[in-house]
Design a binder for this molecule. Structure first.
Ligand code: FAD
Ligand code: NA7
Length: 446
């Protein structure tokens, strides 16, 4: 029997397990599957950890999420087609759930299945080799609890280890003499740590936007956001401002490209993440920027240099959970012989064409449509439940517009329509800026 290794039990790895489970429920004989997960539980980034730096086993902490994180995009854009929010919670809920609520949702559709039995927790994949003459992979893992290693052979490997865990940490002159804390977003946990402080944030993407908002909500004195390329341009509250690129710092002061300077208590580097796979050799390792069409992956999932290896969730993400599903269903069908891969030339050309098309996109709205079309393309080739991609795109558009209107109130918005069951989200009962209790019990009071 074919033996398959899944690396990681985050939303992508769980989507893969769910895809096989669905096939099994429909009477198919599925391959033998082992999923290795280095953490003690599933959920990936949604499995929050207070730890930073190294974990219990001495390996790097995977978590990049923080205590008061609420979804940074509308739940209508990430909903599972085969398990709706309405089905999980028994009612329509607001559109930007806190982390705990989404973690609960992710677990809902697999909790009562045999999926957990296929996962070896506390097990870090530390090496993968392809043995050419036998056409198999040798996967070496270390169990952090027993501190023991083993090597197991597989026919296929699916890498679902995420790509928002290894921080991209730039150096600026003077960092070594700055008297305050310098940290990357990956190590940011509790905004209260920065109350009454003047903060410098670098970066202009999701992390910069949300960590700035978090720190403002939890009482920092001011945030100054320095952009390398272009400002975010939101109508920020008066104690948040955007300035040109950072040039250097000294013990207390930061100096910017326009000649201005200011004093800060801490610097938060919201400078993105690296696709980092220390367990993979050169010929199997994905090297790509954080973009919608990754290098070298046919249909965004098949490793062109060796199509026995697959990657899930490696794209930059507007769509998340349902995109991982579409990818997982596609990979399952390739592995089970339902989908035949084309010749090498076609496979190699595929990501090139995708990237050319991506490069021609004019704005975020076009990027959303592009990723929506990609999800649709995969769904069309599998039996993943079709859903209304236009409605999901529309939820993203509404979110973009609400953010532009007021970055501090977009999460208060209701009225978004589920692309799965057309239910309409209520507004949250308390404004996000005033809601300090983001437990599930509080959120569910809607
Ligand atoms: P991950 O969630 O990263 O899971 C990967 C899993 O692989 C982890 O469990 C990890 O422990 C395991 N693993 C890694 N390496 C190994 C190894 N060597 N051996 C064994 N196991 C390993 N998305 C949204 O839809 N909405 C949001 O609001 C949102 N907010 C975000 C906020 C932050 C700060 C970040 C960083 C991301 C956010 N995302 C959000 C995007 C996020 O990438 C996805 O929601 C999702 O978690 C990706 O799932 P994944 O399974 O691909 O990766
Ligand atoms: P992103 O979306 O990859 O963005 C990285 C940001 O960091 C982006 O604004 C970059 O600016 C900026 N950057 C990168 N290097 C530097 C240096 N050297 N100096 C200044 N600024 C820099 O990462 P995020 O963490 O925001 O988001 C990742 C995921 O986490 C996302 O899916 C969310 O859901 C949460 P640039 O525009 O390139 O100049």
């Amino acid at each position: 029997m074919t033996k398959i290794c899944i690396i990681g039990a985050g939303p992508s790895g769980l989507a893969q397990l769910r895809a096989f489970e669905q096939a099994e429920n429909n009477g198919a004989e599925i391959p033998e599957i082992v999923c290795y997960e280095k953490q003690e539980n599933w959920g990936g980034l949604w499995n929050f950890s207070w730890r930073t730096g190294t974990d219990q086993a001495g390996d790097t902490v995977h978590n990049s999420m923080y205590r008061y994180l609420w979804s940074n995009g509308p739940k209508e854009g990430l909903e599972f087609a085969d398990y709706t929010f309405q089905e999980h919670f028994g009612k329509s809920i607001a559109s930007y759930p806190p982390r705990e609520v989404l973690f609960d949702y992710i677990q809902g559709r697999i909790k009562n299945t045999n999926v957990r039995e296929k996962i070896e927790f506390d097990t870090l994949v530390r090496d993968v080799k392809y043995i050419e003459d036998r056409k198999i992979f040798a996967v070496t893992t270390r169990n952090g609890k027993t501190d023991s290693e083993k090597t197991v052979e597989f026919d296929n490997v699916i890498v679902a280890s995420g790509h928002f865990s290894t921080p991209n940490v730039p150096y600026y002159e003077g960092f070594e003499i700055f008297n305050g804390r310098i940290l990357h977003a990956h190590d940011f946990r509790d905004a209260r740590e920065f109350s009454d402080m003047d903060l410098l944030v670098l970066g202009t993407s999701y992390s910069a936007e949300d960590i700035t908002s978090q720190c403002w909500k939890y009482g920092c004195r001011s945030v100054t956001v320095a952009h390398r390329t272009a400002p975010m341009g939101f109508g920020w509250p008066e104690n948040i401002k955007e300035v040109p690129a950072l040039v250097k710092v000294n013990e207390r002061t930061a100096f910017f490209k326009d000649g201005s300077s200011a004093e800060f208590d801490a610097i938060i580097l919201c400078t993105g993440y690296k696709h980092h796979f220390s367990f993979l050799p050169d010929d199997l390792r994905l090297k790509t920027a954080n973009r919608l069409a990754c290098n070298d992956l046919y249909k965004g999932v098949v490793w062109n240099n060796n199509p026995k290896l697959f990657y899930l969730g490696m794209q930059d993400q507007w769509y998340t959970f349902n995109m991982f599903d579409a990818q997982a269903w596609y990979v399952r069908d390739v592995l089970m012989g339902q989908i035949q891969l084309p010749d090498q030339k076609t496979m190699d050309r595929d990501p090139v064409i995708r990237q050319e098309n991506e490069d021609a996109l004019e704005d975020d709205y076009a990027c959303i449509r592009y990723q929506g079309a990609y999800v649709q393309e995969l769904i069309n080739e599998t039996d993943y439940e079709n859903f209304n991609i236009d409605a999901a795109n529309e939820a993203f558009f509404q979110w973009k517009k609400a953010k532009k209107k007021n970055i501090m109130t977009f999460r208060d918005q209701g009225g978004l329509i589920s692309p799965m069951d057309e239910s309409i989200s209520p507004p949250h009962h308390t404004e996000w800026k005033d809601e300090l209790d983001d437990t599930m019990a509080s959120y569910m009071k809607n």
